[in-house]
Structure formats: structure tokens, C-alpha cells
Design a protein around this ligand. Structure first.
Ligand code: V47
Ligand code: SF4
Length: 389
């Protein structure tokens, strides 16, 4: 039985890995040391089979996607994260953009009559775009399209807005929630370890500040996501430390929906000398995240960053969500060197991609309400060349 799950004969596994496998079968939580051990000693098939076991226990074959688009209000940013290829405050100011509230509303109006369910608002931290400005944007969007879910602003953007407005996290979040903010995306987390954080993003909200904003949001009944920027100068224990802090907060609040590992891309930034992680490392990352974060319901592979084929592959390493249609509305990853230079997928393409991986496509709302189950709709298994199967 045990060997069936790990796909490897028990007697050829180191004892520590057998113990971890046993824990997973008994639905027991693994420790931080065990998490590090999985990174160091777990083979890809071993990690994949454990992560897939958990994924199928939680979600069966279901793989979620949504119909979404992004608004990036500005790429001007007061902060100086070394991994960022996007911000344009000091260098190349002429390449910066700043959208007005009307321009953002216009972007929303472009989707009138189309069945999008979510707008994701995220960008740089512009010194003049304050809490009142964004509250106005939120109100305008909600008046125009009340049912559109607004997932907006990283803890980095929120921390800056709230401090400028001299409001506590609770006050600022309540203000934005009343203006129309529905949930928070997971960005800005990067790596929580203080030493690494100081090396890659010294001047923005610190770890406790990031966690405090998400905790405050959860207490107000808002859900949020969490990310981790991996594959740069951090080591395995930093990754586990990051996930440990998230697991702890999730035990307290239960407000996180999804964990999203973000692979560091090295084009045109101050860390271009740091090589990018390879695909084996990427799949290990997803698998260990699925195994370690037992209290996170969902694990997302963000396809514009990872590429569509790798996102497809990740569905065998614990991932059960691949984000959405995007419609070529984000530049964060293309500017950092991701293969997807104009990220956009139709629902048909997303469904086909999921079916090719022999999974069951389900369109979801932001909070994982089921909008459409594609399990029996238009079946050709999504395989453009059935004879090649
Ligand atoms: O926090 C910036 C990352 C994040 C690079 O919640 C980079 O559903 C890799 O958080 N290489 C913002 N990553 C995007 C984000 C996000 C994306 C998709 C879905 C959700 C969600 C959240 O982008 C930043 C930072 O970690 N980032 N530069 C880079 N060079
Ligand atoms: Fe600014 Fe975000 Fe880029 Fe950091 S990652 S410099 S906070 S836009």
C-alpha cells in the first residue's frame, strides 16, 4: 500500500522518507525538518506521487481556472526590489505609465457583455496614488459592474496606502472593503526570512507587516492568497520557514485560499546574474508545498509566469488551479523574461490544456464557487491528435 503511493519500493527508501510517507497516509502534519528533508532527499517521482495523492484526496481530478483580467494602475514604484524588472521610478522614467480612475473604469467597460468574473488589480507603489484614489476606483468599478469580484492590492501597496492615510490595517481595509474591495492577492510576500528579504527587497513592508495585513483581512471576513518568490538566493530552509509562517497564520484564521509559488525570472533586473531554477526544481517546489501546507485548500501554478506546458505538468505535482484567461493584461512577468510575452488564453484553450493532462476542468469564481463543470461538455479529451494517444 505505502509503496503503491510513492511508486518506489519501500526497502529502497531512506527510513526518514518512509516515516514521512506514513505520516501523509495517516493525514498527519509534517515538521519543518521533514519539509527540508523532502527538498534535499526526495526524488521527483517520490515527491510527485505523495503530492498527487494529497491533491486527489482533496480535489480528485478537478482543476480550477477562472475568467479574469488584470489592471496594473502604474509601474512607477517608490521601492527598489532587486528582482523587479517592472518598476520605473528612477531609471527609464519615460517608460512608466500611470492610469487615471477613468482609464481603469474604461478597461472594465471593455468587458461589458463578456462573462469575466474577476479583476485583479496590482502594480507599483506610486507616491501619488493614495487610499482615497483607489477607493474611488473601486467605487466606480462596483457601480458599473457590481458582480465583478475585485481582488486587489498586495500587502506592499496596502501598507504604504494605510501608513500615508494614518490608518491602522483594520481601518484601511474596512474603508477599502466598503468601497468594493472583495479579496487580496498574494503578492509582496517574496521570502519572509529577514536576512534574505533585506538582500532582495529591503525597503518594502517587512514580514510581520505582510502577515499582519493578511490577518486583519481574514478577521474582517476577506479571503486572500499567499505567494513565495523562489529560485534565487534563498535555500530550502528559507522556503520552509516561509511556508511555516503561512501555515501558522492559516491555523489561526483559515482565511487563505491559495498558495502560489512564483519562480524567479532574471531578465532586466538587478539580479540578472542569478540563474533561474530548472523544471525539476520547479516541480519539487510545487510538490513540497502541497505536502507541507496541509491547511491550504488550493495550490496554484500561475501559467503566465511558468509557461503553459509547465503549468500542465504541475497538475501531476500537487497543483489544482492554473489561474485564468488573463487576456494579455499583465506585464510583470513578460518584462522579467517569461516565455509568455502576451499572456492570454481562451476558456476553450484552458479547458483543452487541462484535459490534455487528463484532469477535469472546472471554471470557478475567485472564492472557488463552481461556475461551470466541463467534465461532460464537448468531450474530445482536449487532445488535438487523439490518434497519437
Ligand atoms: O510580489 C516580481 C512577483 C508578484 C518578479 O494572488 C516576480 O492570485 C518572478 O503576486 N520574477 C506579484 N516573480 C504578482 C502576484 C500574483 C500573481 C498571480 C496571481 C496572484 C494571486 C498573485 O510578482 C510580486 C513578486 O513576487 N515578481 N518580479 C520576477 N522577476
Ligand atoms: Fe515595486 Fe513591486 Fe517591483 Fe518591488 S516588486 S519594486 S514593490 S513594483
Amino acid at each position: 500500500m505505502l509503496s503503491d503511493i510513492a511508486g518506489q519500493a519501500l526497502n529502497s527508501l531512506p527510513k526518514e522518507l518512509v516515516d514521512i510517507q506514513r505520516k501523509i497516509l495517516n493525514e498527519q502534519r509534517i515538521t519543518d525538518d521533514e519539509g527540508i528533508l523532502l527538498f534535499e532527499k526526495g526524488s521527483l517521482p517520490f515527491l510527485g506521487s505523495l503530492a498527487n495523492y494529497i491533491r486527489e484526496k482533496k480535489h480528485g481530478d478537478i482543476t480550477y481556472f477562472n475568467r479574469n483580467f488584470h489592471i496594473e494602475p502604474t509601474n512607477v514604484c517608490v521601492f527598489t526590489c532587486n528582482f523587479c524588472s517592472y518598476s520605473r521610478l528612477y531609471a527609464h522614467r519615460e517608460e512608466g505609465w500611470e492610469l487615471s480612475a477613468e482609464q481603469m473604469l474604461h478597461m472594465v467597460k471593455k468587458y461589458d457583455g463578456q462573462p469575466v468574473t474577476e479583476v485583479h488589480i496590482v502594480g507599483g507603489v506610486h507616491p501619488k496614488m493614495n487610499l482615497e484614489f483607489f477607493a474611488d476606483v473601486l467605487r466606480k468599478i462596483k457601480v458599473h459592474r457590481p458582480s465583478l469580484h475585485i481582488k486587489g492590492f498586495t500587502a506592499v501597496e496596502l501598507d504604504y496606502m494605510f501608513r500615508k492615510a494614518k490608518m491602522s490595517n483594520e481601518e484601511g481595509l474596512t474603508y477599502l472593503k466598503n468601497a468594493g474591495l472583495d479579496s487580496l492577492p498574494g503578492g509582496g510576500a517574496e521570502i519572509f526570512d529577514q536576512e534574505v528579504r533585506e538582500k532582495i527587497c529591503a525597503d518594502k513592508v517587512d514580514t510581520n507587516g505582510w502577515l499582519a495585513i493578511h490577518e486583519a483581512a481574514h478577521k474582517l471576513g476577506m479571503h486572500s492568497n499567499a505567494t513565495m518568490l523562489y529560485g534565487h538566493i534563498e535555500n530550502y530552509s528559507h522556503r520552509i520557514d516561509h511556508m511555516s509562517r503561512l501555515r501558522h497564520l492559516q491555523d489561526k484564521t483559515g482565511g487563505f485560499n491559495t498558495f502560489i509559488p512564483l519562480k524567479f525570472r532574471n531578465k532586466d533586473n538587478d539580479m540578472s546574474n542569478v540563474p533561474e531554477s530548472n523544471i525539476v526544481e520547479d516541480m519539487k517546489m510545487y510538490a513540497v508545498a502541497r505536502i507541507y501546507l496541509d491547511n491550504f485548500p488550493h495550490l496554484k501554478a500561475y501559467w503566465p509566469m511558468l509557461g503553459r506546458q509547465n503549468a500542465q505538468l504541475s497538475l501531476s505535482f500537487g497543483v489544482n488551479d492554473i489561474d485564468g484567461t488573463i487576456d494579455d493584461t499583465t506585464k510583470i512577468y513578460s518584462m522579467a523574461g517569461a516565455e509568455e510575452q502576451n499572456p492570454s488564453m481562451t476558456t476553450e484553450e484552458l479547458v483543452a490544456l487541462i484535459r490534455q493532462a487528463k484532469r477535469r476542468p472546472v471554471e470557478r469564481g475567485t472564492l472557488y464557487d463552481v461556475i461551470k463543470d466541463y467534465s461532460s461538455i464537448g468531450m474530445n479529451n482536449g487532445d488535438p491528435h487523439p490518434m497519437m494517444n
